[in-house]
Design a protein around this ligand. Structure first.
Ligand SMILES: [Zn+2]
Length: 102
């Protein structure tokens, strides 16, 4: 078995949505992200690791994004989703953890 797989699986489902942190109304689809942020997002998703899920995506351009919804299992495994009923402020963000068993 070859030790390293350089295969880039950069195919993400297009139905992931994100919002800029602090701007919950400015929701965009993942393909609507600025190029650098999309790249960062893909890197974060493709990068496998046993770390805990990320609360937000931080790009080198200093933008920060929260995933609001996704049907992509890899995205869901890497990011905490902030979707569901709108929360009116900071603090208790989400009340239920989507437990998705496959
Ligand atoms: Zn960026």
């Amino acid at each position: 078995m070859p030790g390293k797989s350089r295969k880039k699986t950069e195919t993400l489902r297009p139905d992931t949505t994100l919002t800029p942190v602090g701007e919950p109304e400015a929701e965009v689809y993942v393909w609507g992200l600025p190029g650098c942020c999309l790249r960062s997002f893909k890197e974060a998703v493709v990068k496998l690791g046993g770390e805990r899920r990320l609360l937000e995506l931080r790009c080198s351009c200093e933008r920060a994004w929260q995933v609001t919804s996704s049907l992509d299992d890899r995205v869901l495994e890497r990011f905490v989703t902030h979707g569901g009923p709108r929360v009116g402020g900071k603090g208790m963000g989400w009340r239920r953890t989507p437990s998705h068993s496959i």
